[in-house]
Design a protein around this ligand. Structure first.
Ligand code: C5P
Length: 418
């Protein structure tokens, strides 16, 4: 059991949605990590879970009503808004997000959220159409602009037999995001205190290096060996790390997607150039090797275009490229604190990933199935498994690559401070 939230005080605002039952599990997960949880249930939440259940799991009384005289005398909404290290809103319903975005102080939850200067994490959960509605999009943009942290929602089957983004993030994912948020508050030093919220995110002050895309290994001036990597996953990780406040260098092979905003991008073509650019970009706290680096390159590169001459083509002789990940993970000095590899496999994904983490010497391996049927290589979505050095495996639901990037970055931030 990890006690990474030891003695942190979390005010958990439970909104009124079908996912409210998962907030009860969240209380347990937060307490497992050492946090003290004070629940606050909206009127709607009480239609789904009882204050008694929340209080029993939290080991603290649950707050419910703005105009409870006893409560105002005893704790009071202003005290609730101050007396914690962070506020977590889970599930954050469309209505609660709207109240937060407009600053409405219409019930205890909304009043506390308006009166607070604490860091806030919201875990939205709602019907997919409500999530996609322009009003919710606007509210989300307002809230993130105000410095509110967001986790999820996940994609999947919904209570109303619909499918899409709208499911509450899993309690362990929310707990990870709380950790990352609080870790960011610490690294943001005095500024976070002055502003009331971390201006710079959980990776403020950290250097992150990401490789992304394929490599092109020239055969002659016009031909090359390559693979189907689009660079989407690596670019999404770099963007998420920048959004989390990190100083990010992205070393990218040839891709057709734009450079992410707020990231230093070094464009390379070959594996050897990628290794040189990576070494140049070090030191880093975190290095994430997402690139689909060509394992081999043509042994000889023609100085001019190789011509057809009517005879049998010459056999293509290949030599092995340097393994960038293994080289950096094996450094005796200047090794990044957290080295993350990727394993794109078409068969026996987990068995191969377990072998690979040992062989490469990285701290975490993100494995995914890239067999053609899944459409991962070049596609928008990804289903990943996190493989630890101890052989442990955590499988995530299928998510779009941006969301995978955000969650991975939250996990890296938590691992860095663990
Ligand atoms: O051995 P394999 O190519 O499956 O390993 C994948 C992992 O190793 C990825 O993280 C990839 O970025 C990295 N890699 C590398 N240099 C290579 C080959 C792979 O950094 N030459």
């Amino acid at each position: 059991m990890t006690r990474t939230l030891q003695n942190r005080r979390i005010l958990l605002v439970i909104g009124g949605g079908i996912a409210a039952y998962k907030a009860l599990d969240l209380i347990r997960r937060l307490r497992e990590r050492g946090a003290r949880v004070r629940p606050l249930l909206t009127k709607g939440a009480q239609e789904f879970v009882t204050p008694l259940a929340a209080a029993a799991l939290a080991g603290e009384r649950a707050h419910t009503d703005l105009f409870d005289r006893a409560e105002e005398a005893d704790v009071g909404h202003i005290k609730l808004a101050r007396d914690a290290d962070a506020i977590v809103v889970a599930p954050a319903t469309a209505s609660l997000m709207a109240r937060m975005a407009t600053g409405a102080a219409s019930d205890l939850a909304a009043t506390v959220l308006l009166a607070t200067t604490l860091p806030i994490l919201i875990a939205p959960a709602m019907n997919v159409r409500m999530w996609q509605h322009p009003a919710t999009r606007r509210n989300l943009a307002t809230l993130t602009g105000d410095g509110v942290h967001v986790i999820g929602p996940n994609e999947g089957a919904m209570a109303e037999a619909e499918f899409g983004p709208g499911r509450l993030a899993e309690p362990t994912e929310i707990a990870d995001a709380v950790e990352a948020m609080l870790a960011g508050m610490e690294t943001a030093s005095g500024l976070g205190f002055l502003a009331g919220r971390a201006p710079a995110g959980p990776l403020a002050g950290r250097r992150v290096l990401v490789t992304s895309g394929p490599t092109h290994e020239p055969l002659d001036p016009v031909r090359y060996l390559a693979n189907r990597s689009s660079g989407r996953q690596g670019h999404a990780i770099a963007a998420a790390a920048a959004a989390a406040g990190a100083d990010v260098t992205l070393v990218s092979g040839p891709v057709s997607i734009p450079d992410p905003a707020g990231v230093r991008v070094v464009h390379v073509e070959t594996a050897r150039a990628m290794l040189a650019a990576v070494e140049e970009a070090l030191p880093a706290d975190i290095a994430v090797f997402t690139a689909a680096v060509g394992d081999w390159r043509p042994a000889a590169v023609g100085a001019s275009k190789i011509k057809k001459d009517g005879s049998e083509p010459a056999p293509l002789r290949l030599v092995e490229n340097p393994d960038i990940l293994a080289t950096i993970a094996g450094r005796s000095s200047g090794r990044p604190t957290l080295v993350v590899g990727f394993a794109a496999e078409t068969d026996d994904v987990l068995a191969n990933a377990r072998k690979k983490i040992a062989r490469k010497g990285c701290d975490l391996l993100v494995a995914n199935d890239v067999s053609a049927a899944g459409g991962v290589m070049g596609g928008r979505d990804n289903t990943v498994h996190l493989v630890g050095r101890d052989g442990s495996v955590e499988t995530w639901p299928t998510l779009d690559k941006d969301e995978v990037g955000r969650r991975l970055v939250a996990r890296f931030a938590a691992l860095l401070t663990a």
